[in-house]
Design a binder for this molecule. Structure first.
Ligand code: SF4
Length: 427
């Protein structure tokens, strides 16, 4: 996740014109240590059927999801492991009856909790429960205005319900944000989404690039091309600056394409090299893509993944081992390599001058495109010149020991056995 407003607008000028970040406490996210933020897909069930859903959620019961008691034990472990944040996601986490009990318990253990929802189930009563559970933030996905959102999210009336949900939260003083996933079907809605956030006084906008996971893989061909992505990111930067100039407090973030950080740095370099240097320093602290390092995922059945888009490969299950043990276990080759990926990445990423601040971007997209998790991310929209490559880099397939990844992952197996059968295995 790239804090565009933080990087672009909140580095402050000293008298001598030297930039500094000390005046903005929100910039502290860049100096946090690397205990992972955990995205917890606490249920797979969802009342909507969004075209891009990375979890491939449906409106059905999923057997053998973690019980309340199992979830409480996981929270105990996450707390003793100093996990700073849990993002409860799904499916829609509100469909889980014990969601507020779990969030309250986690908060009591010192973990900040955020709720990632489609917003349609948030009425007055649910908003009160969100408030009482002390969620720090509620993010609601809206992929367009009215019908356009409804078509994308698979339910007539979803837009109006989501807006109502946001308003109920806002009335109670809960911090809210809206999220849009970029693709050909939603791109022309971007200006309207920024306008919506201004009209409704929603403080945070999160623009996500498409990751080819779950149903998102089926709409891979709807992903923006590199030119479109650049134009879109330019637009996002411009709107962030515009809000800032007008004195409107708005936190604009992009997600799931770490080339955005490099792009922002390169743009700033042309107009303000001193500020660019400060941005570089902050990006370096962040370290770019942090799947398996500063972000992790637990799914509804207790499987641990490198991030929420990588559900087809698991490092283990919290029913068998503690999350903290799984996370630190470097005998898993993927976990080991993610934590020290620099010499393993291939292609353009291996040669890139900005690998230290990008981290090689998303391995899942490389896997889908090239069947090799260490190949370049195909969504990197920077030119060879921009990233300091002059020679032609050969593209995969490479002769990687993991080039058979698809056999282990995409066909639905994790950790050597079929995921669907796991519940039977532990029963
Ligand atoms: S080439 Fe790879 S490491 Fe460099 S900016 Fe692009 S995605 Fe990031």
């Amino acid at each position: 996740m790239l804090g565009v407003t933080k990087l672009l607008c909140e580095t402050t000028e000293t008298k001598k014109g030297v930039t500094s970040c000390v005046a903005s406490p929100r910039l502290l996210q860049f100096s946090q240590d690397k205990r992972p933020v955990v995205v917890w897909n606490i249920t797979k069930r969802c009342n909507l059927h969004c075209l891009h859903c990375y979890a491939d959620s449906k409106n059905q019961d999923y057997k053998h999801e973690l019980s309340t008691q199992e979830a409480i034990s996981v929270i105990d472990d996450l707390a003793s492991f100093s996990v700073p944040v849990i993002i409860f996601s799904g499916g829609d986490p509100i469909l889980r009856k014990d969601i507020f009990e779990l969030a309250r318990y986690a908060k009591g253990k010192g973990i900040r909790c955020a709720l990632s929802s489609n917003g349609t189930l948030i009425d007055k009563d649910i908003a009160k429960k969100i408030k009482d559970a002390d969620f720090a933030y509620v993010g609601v996905s809206i992929d367009g205005i009215g019908e356009i959102n409804d078509r994308f999210r698979g339910m007539h009336g979803a837009y109006n319900l989501a807006i109502a949900g946001l308003r109920y939260c806002k009335e109670l003083g809960i911090r809210t944000g809206i999220r849009l996933t970029l693709n050909r079907r939603t791109i022309n809605q971007l200006p309207a989404i920024f306008d919506l956030s201004e009209r409704e006084n929603i403080p945070r906008i999160y623009i996500s690039h498409l990751v080819y996971a779950g149903r998102g893989r089926r709409i891979k061909n709807d992903d923006l091309n590199h030119y479109e992505t650049r134009m879109t990111v330019d637009y996002i930067f411009e709107r962030a600056l515009d809000f800032y100039r007008k004195g409107i407090e708005k936190d604009i973030l992009t997600g799931n394409n770490d080339a955005d950080g490099v792009y922002l740095f390169l743009k700033m370099l042309k107009v303000d090299p001193v500020k660019a240097e400060e941005i570089y320093r902050l990006l370096l602290k962040r370290g770019g893509n942090s799947s398996g390092v500063a972000i992790g995922c637990i799914d509804n059945l207790g499987f641990v993944h490198a991030d929420q888009f990588w559900m087809h490969y698991s490092f283990g299950n919290v029913r068998e081992r503690r999350f903290s043990d799984i996370w630190l276990d470097l005998t898993d080759p993927v976990m080991r390599e993610l934590k020290d990926r620099k010499g393993i990445l291939k292609g353009r990423c291996a040669e890139c001058s900005y690998l230290d601040i990008c981290g090689g971007n998303y391995r899942v997209r490389a896997e889908v495109e090239y069947n090799d998790i260490w190949a370049s991310d195909p969504s990197c929209y920077l030119t060879d010149e921009e990233i300091g490559i002059s020679k032609q880099i050969p593209q995969p397939p490479f002769n990687s020991p993991l080039s058979k990844w698809g056999d282990r992952g995409v066909k639905g197996k994790i950790g050597g056995f079929e995921k669907e059968n796991y519940a039977v295995k532990v029963a």
